[in-house]
Design a protein around this ligand. Structure first.
Ligand code: F6P
Length: 367
């Protein structure tokens, strides 16, 4: 039950939507009410917090009925670029406080956590939940929506494979994932793709891929699937042309884009969302704030948001020059050597997992 300090909380979804966000909202609302809290739904993310009025509504348990299996986010989302401006943050806090809201659960990707961190630094308690199809937040083993988006990607690739098999074609498929290649990697393995291209693969060689495609065709393979992550910017469509030109194999191109971001969440995403939503409420009740709810080795844990952001930057810097350029000694100096070592160890773990998966993707698709 509530410790008496926190009485009213808000919940919002922000940034790109992901399947399972509704299940997380439902969990926050129902678990909050069951623990004696009033819970407010904030429509359109941080924008709704700043706009206030009709966009902040008190929810009953019935208000979140029948949304556990729905895709999208029923409280809507927005990318509010200006939220980091001081006036916007102060206005958001004022709107919440006027209603007596004394804590917030924010569901979204890395931009959402930055917003939550900024609010915490201004004395407004927040807990973040990772909702993103990309599985692109280093501190958590899984983000909500990844499993569903990966399964939809698999179904799309399987469909393409049927027609490619009939017509003896190659197909390059661009999978979603701006900063992380997990969807391409997982779906590519699950579909037996001949090639997987993600920006985390620093050893990628186009010549080797072309050689592998030629060898597969020589061995009689009719359908040849190549999955490229969106994060390898401007490459996928070009690669389709290159394959056709250099191997002589007719090659089609498909960009799956947002089609994989909608639809009903899988059981795994619904369960993860429910675990994370209830944990976020428990953390606020326990007086915690500035935490990010993570899944680690199938346990739900809270990680300091600033720590999670730095860990994320350290990891992404390994593959993304723009992130590397922004990583200053000054930003690192806020953490102890032990903390930075611990973060690098997690980065190694993530990187090694990807290397292992790339290795088995290769050996299991080689003729
Ligand atoms: O981060 C999730 C994601 O779906 C990425 O895979 C994709 O690059 C991006 O969001 C698309 O963003 P938007 O919805 O703004 O087009």
């Amino acid at each position: 039950m509530s410790n008496g300090k926190i009485k009213k909380i808000g919940v919002l979804t922000s940034g790109g939507d992901s399947q399972g966000m509704n299940a997380a909202v439902r969990a926050v609302v129902r678990h909050g009410i069951a623990n004696g809290l009033e819970v407010y739904g904030i429509y359109e993310g941080y924008k709704g917090l700043v706009d206030g009025g009709e966009k902040i509504r008190k929810f009953t348990a019935a208000d979140v009925a029948n949304i556990v299996g729905r895709g999208g986010t029923t409280i809507y989302s927005a990318r509010l670029v200006g939220f980091r401006e001081e006036w916007a943050m102060q206005q958001g806090i004022r709107n919440a406080r006027e209603l007596g809201i004394d804590g917030l659960v924010t569901i979204g990707g890395d931009g959402t956590f930055r917003g939550a961190y900024d609010l915490c630094m201004r004395g407004f308690p927040c807990i973040g939940i990772p909702g993103s199809i990309d599985n692109d937040i280093t501190c958590t083993d899984r983000t909500i929506g990844f499993d569903t988006a990966t399964n939809i990607t698999v179904r799309c690739i399987d469909s393409l494979r049927d027609t490619d098999e009939s017509h003896m074609r190659c197909n390059v498929i661009e999978a979603m994932g701006r900063n992380a290649g997990y969807i391409a990697l997982y779906a590519g393995i699950a579909c037996g793709a001949t090639g997987i291209v993600i920006k985390e693969d620093l050893g990628y060689s186009e010549d080797s891929l072309l050689e592998k495609i030629r060898a597969a065709r020589l061995h009689g393979k009719r359908n040849i699937m190549v999955v490229v992550s969106e994060g390898v910017e401007g490459y996928s469509e070009k690669l389709a042309g290159t394959i056709q030109e250099k191997t002589g194999i007719e090659t089609k191109f498909a960009r799956l884009a947002h089609i994989v971001r909608g639809g009903s969440p899988t059981a795994e995403d619904r369960l993860l969302a429910t675990r994370m939503g209830t944990a976020a409420v428990d953390m606020l009740i326990a007086g915690e704030q500035n935490k990010f709810v993570c899944l680690r080795d199938n346990r739900i844990v809270g990680v300091d948001i600033q720590y999670a952001i730095m860990n994320d930057n350290l990891y992404k810097a390994r593959f993304t020059p723009a992130v590397r350029a922004k990583l200053t000694d000054e930003s690192k100096s806020r953490f102890s050597k032990e903390q930075l070592d611990e973060m690098e160890a997690l980065c190694d773990l993530r990187e090694n997992e990807i290397k292992d998966l790339l290795r088995i993707a290769d050996t299991t698709s080689t003729y």
